[in-house]
Design a protein. Structure first.
Lengths: 333, 372
């Protein structure tokens, strides 16, 4: 009798444990890049994803904007000690700090965006920006009247050259004779937040005949898009959907769905399906894409849409291989 | 420092005026906090508890204070010679490059590292000091020989140093294939010991913080600067040139030589920032590691009246503000890091720019007449 009731009690415990397992209480947290939470681009995308999770599930998250490198590690450790999990580290500059902290707290879950940290409790999310850039390059080449296109990058790092390389490949696929002007804003992190210089670079490209300009420059890109819109040319946005910044003057935006990455990481932790390891999000996974909405539908002709859709299907099926600059630090075609 | 218009007793000048400025700054900062709908008393309590309420908080506070002691002393030494060195950032950057080059050279000599590893850290520290000194010597020389004002040259050289650091970290000494402009990790022998590991054999268990032996160096530097300025011939020459270069020349002191020497010493002290950050904490040279500490050093020196004791206390205050501010924005999402910058900015404004206001006020209260 006793045994029986014990077994029943145990079964009850197990059942409630399983119910709890299905919907685990989580305490998520985000540590942003030094660029800050509201950069209209990369960090803000993560914030948007975390916010969406909060409004849908009612689970609050904590976040922190570090001012210096010491604070990155401090923030990660502080969140970890408070039992926060999963903790999202935004940006490649957090890798060294995360390496240390994640090893100290093997029971907690960590997610890093844009970088790979190889530890059993870390999920590394990187994107195939070259695939999305290929599509916007293709669209840009078809929209261009002069056959001259521009690219303005932020800080000159391999990641941004990867954007440029994908863009060039897309342009050349549609118009092998196209001329492309490429400029990087700078080689320090300040290059992410210099809209004035971004605007000047765009103007000089426009003076040389460019009529479509793509930026991968964070806050600097705001100036690029404005310069293009003011001159009556077309800009191409990046990371978030920036079409609405200058409706009708922005051809499209290359979407890098960091918001989905953040949302999914929280969501997976909540329903127990969170897995460590590397995940590479490309066109196939919905991690990158191009934006089509009310603001730019007049600019995208049916032929352009058909061509972009075909290229997208071809890339997903592997019929088109977009070269990844970071695989060999070269942009060969 | 600018000639004091109001004569005050020493204790009032050295202690009362800074205290009144700090109190006024806290009051204004409190009003800002009220403005965003938070309780300023609670915020102050959180800030203080975050900075001084735990061993970890104290560790971080002292780590920040280490940076401020070095940059504050750098500005203070130049002040005594009548020079306004605002190039601490650039000097620290070049000091970091000096340390990184020394580390690269040492890495190429594994035999030396294994045989005489204990010499590696001093070599790297001296390389940092030499880098900072050399880079401050340039504006010193330009001032002494060409009459180019140090305020202009030092701030412009900050940009030159930043550009040079970018070039070197990207093209020459940087880690290949890295997104971040940074050097490879330094060899273990040059690294400064973290405090929690240094004290562990003595049975003192401390949480891991960035606080390292550079803090002890900073305390030594405080004493050394006091000795230099008030107990040596050179210090006397520096103070004389600062008070009146023409009188100094008449007394047989060469203002040109003193200017160059004082700037070099100032730059070497600014190099301490690189020692703490690169050799003590990050263990590699990262671009922009100076993070504005060089500029805060100006406020530290002003608040500290150019005296090592004052610099030490002001550095501690800013350390509390940095660490407590970070803790505050952890706990209070409405108080963002920008708010913390505002609070620090108010403090700098009151301690530096509005200093004269409080001097007059204090003088009035003390009945010494503020007409001067």
């Amino acid at each position: 009798m006793r045994l029986g009731s014990l077994a029943a009690a145990l079964a009850g415990v197990a059942l409630s444990a399983m119910a709890a397992f299905a919907q685990q209480p989580i305490k998520p947290a985000v540590v942003y890049d030094k660029g800050g939470k509201f950069d209209k681009s990369f960090n803000e995308g993560v914030f948007a994803g975390a916010e969406r999770f909060r409004t849908e599930t009612g689970v609050a998250f904590r976040d922190f904007e570090p001012n210096n490198d010491a604070q990155i590690e401090q923030a990660l450790r502080r969140f970890a000690r408070d039992g926060n999990s999963p903790i999202i580290a935004v940006g490649f500059s957090q890798a060294t700090a995360l390496q240390k902290v994640a090893a100290e707290f093997p029971d907690l879950k960590f997610t890093i965006i844009d970088m790979v940290v190889d530890l059993p409790n870390v999920q590394s999310i990187v994107f195939k920006e070259h695939e999305g850039s290929y599509l916007v390059g293709l669209l840009g080449a078809m929209a261009s009247k002069t056959g001259k296109l521009g690219f303005v990058g932020g800080m000159d790092i391999p990641l941004i050259r990867k954007f440029a390389c994908g863009y060039v490949q897309g342009i050349k696929a549609a118009r092998p004779d196209a001329e492309i002007f490429q400029n990087m804003t700078g080689s320090t992190p300040a290059a992410w937040a210099d809209p004035v210089k971004g605007g000047e670079l765009a103007k000089s490209q426009i003076d040389r005949g460019a009529d479509v300009i793509y930026h991968a420059a964070g806050g600097t890109g705001i100036g690029v898009l404005r310069a293009a819109a003011d001159a009556g040319r077309l800009g191409i946005g990046v990371d978030s959907n920036q079409n609405a910044l200058h409706p009708g003057k922005i051809l499209t935006s290359m979407l890098k769905r960091v918001d989905i990455a953040a949302y999914n990481s929280f969501k997976a932790a909540q329903d127990g399906s969170w897995k460590p390891g590397l995940s590479v999000l490309g066109l196939k996974e919905g991690g990158v894409d191009w934006a089509l909405d009310d603001d730019n539908k007049a600019l995208i002709t049916p032929e352009m849409k058909a061509a972009a859709d075909k290229a997208k299907a071809d890339i997903i099926a592997g019929r088109i291989q977009v070269h990844d600059y970071m695989s060999d630090q070269k942009c060969t075609m | 420092m600018s000639a004091a218009p109001v004569a005050l007793p020493r204790w009032a000048d050295n202690a009362l005026v800074p205290l009144v400025s700090a109190a006024a700054a806290l009051l204004v900062a409190g009003l800002v906090v009220v403005g965003i709908g938070e309780n300023p008393l609670e915020a102050t309590a959180l800030l203080l508890r975050g900075a001084l309420g735990s061993a970890e908080g104290i560790g971080f506070t002292l780590y920040y204070a280490t940076n401020f002691i070095f940059t504050g002393l750098a500005v203070a030494v130049a002040f005594h010679a009548g020079l306004f060195n605002i190039g601490g950032e650039g000097q620290a950057t070049i000091a970091g490059i000096g340390a990184a080059l020394a580390c690269a050279a040492l890495s190429a000599m594994p035999g030396f590292l294994s045989a005489a590893g204990f010499l590696a850290a001093p070599v790297a520290i001296l390389a940092a000091a030499a880098g900072g000194a050399a880079y401050a010597f340039i504006p010193g020389w330009l001032q002494a020989k060409r009459g180019s004002h140090v305020v202009i040259t030092t701030i412009m050289l900050n940009f030159v140093a930043a550009a040079l650091a970018v070039y070197l970290l990207r093209e020459i000494i940087g880690r290949t294939g890295s997104m971040q402009p940074e050097t490879p990790d330094f060899p273990a022998q040059v690294l400064l010991t973290p405090m929690h590991r240094l004290l562990a054999p003595l049975g003192v268990r401390l949480p891991a913080t960035p606080l390292n032996t550079a803090f002890l160096l900073a305390l030594l530097a405080l004493v050394a600067v006091w000795l230099l300025i008030w107990r040596t011939r050179l210090g006397y020459a520096i103070r004389t040139v600062g008070a009146n270069p023409r009188a100094a020349a008449y007394a047989g002191i060469s203002p040109a030589a003193v200017t160059m020497i004082a700037m070099a010493i100032s730059g070497a002290l600014a190099g301490g920032l690189a020692v703490n950050e690169a050799l003590g904490v990050q263990h590699r040279l990262v671009l922009d590691f100076t993070a504005g500490y060089g500029f805060v050093g100006i406020a530290v020196a002003l608040m500290g009246r150019g005296h090592p004791v004052g610099v030490g206390l002001a550095a501690l205050l800013f350390g509390v503000l940095y660490q407590g501010g970070a803790e505050l924005s952890f706990d209070k999402p409405t108080i963002t890091r920008d708010m913390v910058v505002v609070i620090g900015g108010v403090l700098i404004l009151f301690a530096g720019a509005l200093d004269g206001l409080f001097r007059k006020l204090v003088a009035g209260v003390l009945g010494r007449g503020g007409m001067g």
